[in-house]
Design a protein around this ligand. Sequence first.
Ligand SMILES: Nc1ncnc2c1ncn2[C@@H]1O[C@H](COP(=O)(O)OP(=O)(O)OP(=O)(O)O)[C@@H](O)[C@H]1O
Ligand SMILES: [Mg+2]
Length: 390
Amino acid sequence: MLIVTIDASGLCGAVLATLESSAGVTLASAGTLEEASASWATDEACVVVTGPTVVPDEVFAAASRWSANQEPVAVVMVTPEPSAELLRRALRAGVRDVLGVSEAQEALCESVIAAVTSLGPRVESADRADVGARVVSVFSTKGGVGKSVIATNLGVALAGPLGRSTAIVDLDLQFGDVAIMLQLAPERTIYEAVQVFDRLDAEMLRAYLTPHDSGLRALLAPVRPEDAEAVTVNRISAIIELLRGMVDFVVLDTPATFDDVVLTAIDHSDDVYTVATMDVASIKNTRISMQKLRQLGYDDSLVHLVLNRADSKVWLDAAEVEKAIEGRIVAKIPSDRLVPRSVNKGVPVVLDAPRSVVAKSILDLARSIADSKGVSGDVAQGTARTGVGS
Ligand SMILES: Nc1ncnc2c1ncn2[C@@H]1O[C@H](COP(=O)(O)OP(=O)(O)OP(=O)(O)O)[C@@H](O)[C@H]1O
Ligand SMILES: [Mg+2]
């Protein structure tokens, strides 16, 4: 693995020198991005680290170009002031990570190791849609709309009734509910997994997945909220990409925020299911989130709308909601007391009351997700994407 630094300040080279003793790592430096791109061979993966004096726009342009050309390269950027805006632009351009100068001392090596992991064997990055899992995230910046209910039920439905190899990751790192909703003991969580991050490979990661009776495997949220800090976006990225090679489907449950963890989840997702309920606050919130996603450059085709508690006796009907949000509803999940009952029991409603309308509506959605990807090793059959709930 080649690590090329472009850094007049010398900071990056000095920090990264400790990696030189690692097997298979070669450190090099370049004067410009152009020069850096001449230094890697087509078959060798490379991490380019840009220092604080390199102009961000130039880094973004190079990263976009390299990513469009599917170059085997990941970019880590060190910058004097890492604003949220800069981070988002960087993520959009395909930059792997952005660190402030003050963070770099501590976190640069880790960031570069995560970048190395993400590059993986060439074949995976070149053709990931066909060889790896389909990653779906369940998203809403509003709390309590049913993200975790939907994510856990989708996971269980895919793994159980639909018989597809599936993992769920609880990215609500501080207040995750997946363990409770699936009645799983959080003995090993994502926090324990990141403690061994430097050595983490698919085989090791398997040991941190908690099995559910349905066959679903869950990477649970840390038990102590303060441990969430250790679960950085680099590590999350690397873990999602490891899972991609291990199962057919990865379901990501997310917190009710629009932070870098959620953006990372979306960045790795093939489909984002945005959950809205039928009240004005939720619709407004969803409309703003969808606009933000568009502004960030995500394609509309990535995002699908799920209407939860769809039959609530409130003012809006589904057509009004679609119009307000400018998105298409792919699933309508009714409100049913069976849901809080199933949450309290720790048995997802698709297993607890499989014949109920609410369970069937979630199963339909799970089926459409299952149909979007052929069975591993099989020639895909009947995989045309179909709408659900219409
Ligand atoms: N279709 C439904 N019918 C009835 N109750 C529901 C339905 N969906 C969700 N609920 C109830 O709403 C509550 C909140 O759901 P859930 O925890 O999944 O929301 P969330 O979006 O994940 O919230 P947070 O953002 O806080 O994580 C749950 O206790 C659940 O019982
Ligand atoms: Mg939740």
